[in-house]
Design a protein around this ligand. Structure first.
Ligand SMILES: NC(=O)c1ccc[n+]([C@@H]2O[C@H](COP(=O)([O-])OP(=O)(O)OC[C@H]3O[C@@H](n4cnc5c(N)ncnc54)[C@H](OP(=O)(O)O)[C@@H]3O)[C@@H](O)[C@H]2O)c1
Length: 326
């Protein structure tokens, strides 16, 4: 099968289209023939080792010290089950599914095996493969942080980076959960963020949310420009800062924040849970959640998709499509 492989960390130039062995499903696995995958900020970070301050060494230890241990990137997919292992009971050949392989990656390929109990779910029938491929990365990240931050109906939440992959999911989900949502983005994304359900939108090129006197129960920072030192004045008593992106120095401050204020900072990698995929699929099927698709690229141009994602300016999600000879 074809796959996009990288054998060293670096720019999108390290990505190469190669023929690799087609995987064979184990007894508890399904073999999925991909129709679409995505290039996320996670792919960019893992490919380039451009990680938040303080995490370079640990990233190398996890991902491979000298070269990547997993040579195929990609965390999300949508496609059709081609075959199943003998113990699989939840899925059958022909099922249309989407999946999130998370840190296991490996979705930038024509085929991918996943255990049936992993984050695999039937594709909502009202979404295309392109849309379904982009359901998981931002959606599961937002859900996990909202759960850890105990977001409640009626609370005021501000989402910094509301137009990105995580932000566009967070705005929709927070709005669905009944929070009063303020999105922060640049001028060209104001209408997009409003259309996703934000009650208020702040254009960061014209206004600094940390200086306008407003306070929030929850602040989500997906950009890294609103650490506690900068956003504490915008948090209410018992307010929570959900630091989706933060460096090690900011994380080391977390116990100090808890000891010296009523506020809480929540950080770290989002958990990958199969139930969250089912939840997102249900919301999508009911019309309450729809991934925002920015650009699409054919599989052969996956390196171009990386180049665009590397700009840090994408709106929602970037999808890569695969054609198969029937
Ligand atoms: N903790 C975890 O488990 C976890 C999980 C997923 C992602 N992450 C991290 O979270 C970060 C965000 O991920 P993502 O996928 O959402 O990234 P993304 O899609 O690449 O974010 C791009 C968006 O960021 C916006 N942006 C850039 N500078 C901004 C600023 N100063 N203020 C407000 N918005 C700004 C851009 O809008 P404009 O062009 O309008 O500026 C663009 O729409 C990444 O660094 C990723 O590594 C962490």
């Amino acid at each position: 099968m074809k796959a996009i492989v990288y054998e060293r960390y670096g720019s999108p130039d390290v990505l190469q289209l190669k023929d690799v062995e087609k995987p064979i499903p184990k007894d508890n696995e399904v073999l999925i023939r991909l129709h679409a995958t995505t290039v996320t900020s996670g792919d960019w970070r893992v490919r380039s080792l451009n990680v938040p301050i303080g995490f370079r060494l640990i990233s190398r230890l996890v991902l491979g010290v000298w070269r990547p241990r997993q040579p195929i990137l990609g965390t999300e997919l949508a496609g059709e089950i081609e075959s199943v292992g003998k113990d699989v009971s939840k899925f059958k050949a022909g099922d249309q599914v989407f999946a999130f392989s998370g840190v296991g990656m490996g979705c930038h390929a024509e085929y991918k095996c996943m255990p049936e109990d992993a984050a695999v779910a039937l594709k909502p029938s009202n979404l295309t493969y392109v849309e379904a491929a982009a359901l998981s990365f931002g959606g599961t990240t937002a859900l996990d942080f909202f759960r850890r931050g105990k977001l409640q109906r009626g609370e005021k939440i501000l989402i910094n980076g509301a137009s990105g992959g995580v932000g566009t999911a967070a705005v929709q989900l927070a709005s669905y959960f009944g929070a009063e949502v303020t999105g922060v983005c640049s001028t060209s994304n104001v209408e997009l963020v409003r259309s996703l359900g934000a009650d208020h939108v702040i254009d960061y090129t014209a206004e600094d949310f940390t200086r306008n006197g407003e306070t929030y129960d929850v602040i989500v920072d997906t950009v890294g420009t609103a650490p506690f030192s900068r956003s504490k004045g915008s948090l209410k008593e018992r307010g929570r800062l959900l630091m989706v992106l933060g460096g090690l120095p900011d994380m080391l401050m977390i116990p100090w924040v808890s000891m010296t204020s009523t506020n809480k900072v929540i950080a770290g990698p989002a958990a990958e849970r199969a139930e969250d995929l089912l939840f997102l699929a249900g919301l999508a099927q009911a019309g309450h959640f729809k991934p925002v698709i920015d650009r699409r690229y054919p599989f052969e141009q996956l390196a171009e998709a990386h180049r665009y994602v590397d700009t840090g300016r994408k709106k929602g999600n970037v999808v890569v499509t695969l054609e198969h000879d029937e």
